[in-house]
Design a protein around this ligand. Structure first.
Ligand SMILES: CC(C)(COP(=O)(O)OP(=O)(O)OC[C@H]1O[C@@H](n2cnc3c(N)ncnc32)[C@H](O)[C@@H]1OP(=O)(O)O)[C@@H](O)C(=O)NCCC(=O)NCCSC(=O)CC(=O)O
Length: 552
């Protein structure tokens, strides 16, 4: 009989395997001068004629860049930024599609010791304004397709635009390519310490706008560990993570992680669709694929014939952003002969619980897997006590015993999730006696749709900007394709009448003002919203009714 562990099993052996103490010593106090993310992810591989990036344009043209190419480009970016007055610790934002210049920008920002802030290209002015507001970015780099949105952003920083040949430069903008051409590729990396920041992410909560998530350089250890242990990345892999680098999964594990390990990554500039995804897997011979369950469900929906031409090609498939359903696991096994494993993480701390491709442990359909070596994950009750197996509680990180955890709190905001020596993820789980974790649901109102985390407050405040809306409540309702979809309950202003046309107008308003991915796919007009005696909207009551309705 298995002995019952008091909490999830410790991972001392595995942690030792990473020589983590040595690594941390290097990050925190290397007398030779600390650490630089550009050096870790590019500089140390330059001069080896090693492939770093396969970039497929929206039109299908393949461009291959080596670490040397990226070293030169990022050196020019670094010098351009320095000329503009960007100093170590300053924030530079990027709002770019998946093109090589995006990687060069990120590496260039890191090279001079500055901090990169991603802005998802689907964002509207409201989402951009909030993020640039709290980060105090010194510069934002964008392209013509996204440039117009910045005109609606109050107090935006200086803008550098990557022009297409026929575009005219907006007044006051820096011509990114011309500035690079004028800059030298030689740029001395600014060495930093492990606690210094190199990314400024954002994450959505239930109340208030998204919060900044500062990422210190020591997070590189955790990102590398995930690539090795969970994705099981090997030197001979052809790796493609389809997630957009505007979010954590894409920035941490489509760019930073593979380059850190010296392994080439893949970009496809075009929008996701199943056909182009199969085409690229076949064309490049992809062996390691990563993405969200919604993307995998869309691959399934294309049918077995589409899958047949790449059957057996994929050595491993990694899934993150939403729980992976067992049907997807079975279908991938039957039609792609590919093991697909569910991985769990957050913008805060990155991936923490995985069905690891690179470690040996049992993998059960429906389980989120085991704590990643370097994290001691526990399940807490409301009083903050650690629970035993088969008891529901909040998944949390034991801070003192998790050498890879790096999240120290939100940017200039309270972090009640950190207290009593734990970081609480906000996700309700239970674990089996062997330590594997089963996901139950969110303990709050954050919506998980197609792998994105969407804060209801943000969508509500975008809706309220519309003159027709008096009040709005936004919830996630179950959806077979996208896990959840955003649904808005709207109380109209007296002069307005609910109609399909108005519902569509409201959806488009959110899409344009806030973001193309977070608009309500359903809008219901109601006379009033359920509220507590103190006037707080009870979203959970609305969601409960929707869940019941969809069951029946
Ligand atoms: C699975 C998908 C490929 C499915 O793509 P779809 O084609 O259905 O569309 P979508 O969900 O991306 O986008 C919804 C709507 O936004 C539009 N849209 C999307 N991206 C856009 C962009 N860059 N510019 C303009 N519009 C855009 C789409 O056209 C669509 O419009 P319309 O609806 O009109 O057609 C995608 O949803 C996806 O990549 N999801 C994964 C997200 C992810 O990376 N998650 C990991 C993050 S987890 C993480 O980082 C930590 C955390 O949890 O915080």
């Amino acid at each position: 009989m298995t002995e019952m562990p008091a909490a999830l099993p410790p991972y001392d052996d595995a942690v030792r395997r990473f020589r983590i103490e040595d690594e941390i010593a290097r990050l925190d106090g290397d007398p030779a001068g600390g650490i630089n993310a550009y050096v870790e992810c590019c500089g140390r591989y330059a001069g080896e004629n090693r492939l770093a990036l396969r970039a497929i344009s929206a039109g299908g043209a393949l461009r291959e860049l080596s670490f040397d190419d990226l070293a030169g480009m990022s050196g020019r970016v670094g010098n351009m930024l320095k000329d503009l007055g960007v100093r170590p610790g300053d924030v530079v934002a990027g709002m770019l599609p998946r093109i090589p210049e995006l990687v060069a920008l990120i590496l260039g920002v890191w090279r001079i010791g500055a901090v990169y802030q991603p802005l998802f290209t689907a964002f509207g002015p409201k989402a951009i304004e909030h993020r640039l507001g709290y980060s105090m970015a010194k510069l934002v780099v964008t392209n013509p397709a996204n440039r117009g949105k910045l005109d609606e952003v109050e107090n935006h920083p200086r803008i550098a635009t990557i022009l297409a040949p026929a575009d005219a430069l907006p007044e006051g903008d820096i011509d990114f390519r011309a500035a690079l051409a004028a800059a030298s590729p030689d740029c001395q990396p600014a060495m930093r310490k492990g606690d210094d920041l190199f990314m400024m992410m954002s994450t959505s909560g239930t109340t208030g706008h998204p919060k900044g998530v500062p990422v210190p350089l020591r997070a590189l250890l955790a990102f590398g560990a995930y690539m090795r242990d969970a994705m099981g990345l090997r030197a001979d892999d052809v790796f493609w993570n389809i997630a957009d680098p505007g979010w954590a999964y894409g920035l941490y594990y489509a760019i930073t992680g593979p380059l850190l390990l010296g392994i080439a990554t893949t970009f496809y500039e075009g929008a996701f669709n199943a056909k182009s995804t199969y085409d690229i897997i076949e064309r490049l011979g992809v062996t390691s694929l990563a993405g969200s369950p919604t993307a995998y469900r869309l691959l399934m929906a294309e049918g077995p014939e589409a899958a047949a031409r790449v059957k057996g090609r994929l050595r491993v498939v990694s899934s993150a952003g939403e729980p992976l359903n067992p049907e997807v696991i079975r279908w991938f096994d039957a039609h792609l002969a590919a093991p697909i494993h569910d991985h769990y993480g957050q913008t805060e701390n990155g991936m923490m619980v995985n069905n690891h491709h690179g470690l040996t442990h049992p993998v059960r359909a429906g389980s989120a897997g085991f704590a990643m070596p370097g994290y001691r994950m526990v399940v807490l009750d409301e009083a903050g006590r650690e629970l035993g197996p088969n008891q529901q509680g909040v998944l949390a990180v034991d801070i003192a015993q998790s050498p890879l955890r790096w999240f120290d709190g939100y940017h200039q905001a309270e972090t009640p999730a950190i207290s009593g020596g734990y970081y609480r993820t906000g996700d309700t789980v239970e674990y089996e006696p062997d330590g594997s974790v089963s996901f139950i649901g969110r303990a709050d109102d954050v919506i998980t749709s197609a792998g994105y985390r969407i804060g209801p407050f943000d969508v509500e405040s975008a809706l309220i900007e519309h003159p027709a809306v008096n009040e709005a409540a936004v919830v996630g309702v179950p959806d077979p394709q996208r896990t959840e979809i955003v649904k808005a309950f709207v109380v109209l202003a007296p002069a307005y009448k609910g109609s399909e046309v108005l519902a569509e107008e409201l959806a488009q308003h959110v899409k344009k003002r806030l973001s193309a991915h977070s608009y309500p796919r359903e809008v219901e007009f109601v006379a009033e919203l359920p509220k507590t005696p103190s006037g707080k909207i009870q979203r959970f009551l609305l969601r409960k009714v929707e869940v019941e309705k969809r069951k029946g």
